[in-house]
Design a protein around this ligand. Structure first.
Ligand code: 1GP
Length: 226
C-alpha cells in the first residue's frame, strides 16, 4: 500500500501558480540539496488544465507524480499514484466520502494506484484555502491528543498513511510534538506539510518521525532556504 522507502521530500506543484517548465527548473535546484522523492500535484481551487500540465511535467522529470486531489475532477491517467484522501479532521461529508465516491469509478477505469490516506488538518496560524474550500475547521494545534485520536481512528479504519497538514501557506507548521506522537501511536507512513520553508525544518520533521515532508509555497515564491 505504501510504495516508497526511506525518508524524503515531496514538492507540491500547483498548475495554477507555475508553468511546468519553471517548476521543473526550481525543483532541480532543491534536488541538489534535498532528497526529493516525488512530486505532489494538486490545487485546492483549480482554474487551469491540470492534466495538460501533468503531462508536461512528466515529460521533463524522472520522479513519481502523485495526485493530491482538491476534487475528483483533477483525475487523469498520467499520475503514478493518487493520494486517496479522506479529510478526517472535518465533519463535512463531501470531503469524508462524497468526493471519493465520485472519484472511485474513474480511478478504476484509469487503472490508477491509490494510497488511502487519513488527511488531518491542524490549525496553522492563519485561515488557509484548505479550510475555506473544505468548509471544515482544523484541529487546534495544542490539542495533541485530539490529533493523535484522529490519526489512530484513521489507522483502525484501514488507511495506509497519515497526512498531517497545516494548510498551504500556513504561518505555523504542524507541531513537532504532534508529529512525534502520531508516528509513535500509529506507526503508519507519515506525510507532513504546510508552512515548511527550510532544509533545517525538513530535518527536524524527519527526526520527529515524518517520512515525507511536503514543500509547496516556499518553492513557488522562491523563499525556500536550502
Ligand atoms: C499543502 O502541505 C502542503 O497542502 C504544502 O504547504 O504550500 O505551505 O508548503 P505549503
Amino acid at each position: 500500500m505504501w510504495p516508497f522507502s526511506g525518508k524524503g521530500v515531496w514538492l507540491l506543484y500547483d498548475p495554477d501558480r507555475l508553468e511546468p517548465e519553471d517548476f521543473v527548473e526550481r525543483l532541480a535546484e532543491v534536488r541538489a540539496k534535498l532528497d526529493v522523492g516525488g512530486v505532489l500535484v494538486g490545487s485546492s481551487f483549480l482554474e487551469g488544465d491540470i492534466c495538460g500540465a501533468v503531462r508536461r511535467v512528466k515529460a521533463l522529470l524522472d520522479l513519481p507524480l502523485i495526485l493530491f486531489p482538491g476534487s475528483h475532477y483533477q483525475l487523469c491517467g498520467d499520475y503514478d499514484y493518487v493520494l486517496f484522501l479522506s479529510l478526517l479532521s472535518g465533519r463535512n461529508p463531501q470531503y469524508l466520502i462524497g468526493e471519493q465516491v465520485r472519484a472511485a469509478p474513474l480511478i478504476k477505469r484509469l487503472g490508477l494506484k491509490v494510497i488511502p490516506t487519513a488527511y488531518i488538518l491542524v490549525e496553522g496560524g492563519t485561515y488557509t484555502a484548505t479550510e475555506f474550500v473544505s468548509n471544515t475547521k482544523p484541529i487546534p494545534r495544542e490539542k495533541t491528543e485530539l490529533i493523535v485520536a484522529h490519526a489512530l481512528a484513521g489507522k483502525y479504519m484501514g488507511f495506509a498513511a497519515v497526512y498531517l497538514e497545516a494548510g498551504s501557506g500556513a504561518i505555523l507548521s504542524v507541531p513537532l510534538e504532534a508529529v512525534r506522537r502520531v508516528k509513535e501511536e500509529t506507526g503508519l507512513p507519515l506525510i507532513v506539510g504546510g508552512g515548511i520553508r527550510a532544509s533545517e525544518e525538513v530535518a527536524e520533521f524527519h527526526d520527529a518521525g515524518a517520512d515525507i515532508v511536503v514543500i509547496g509555497t516556499a518553492l513557488e515564491d522562491g523563499s525556500i532556504a536550502l
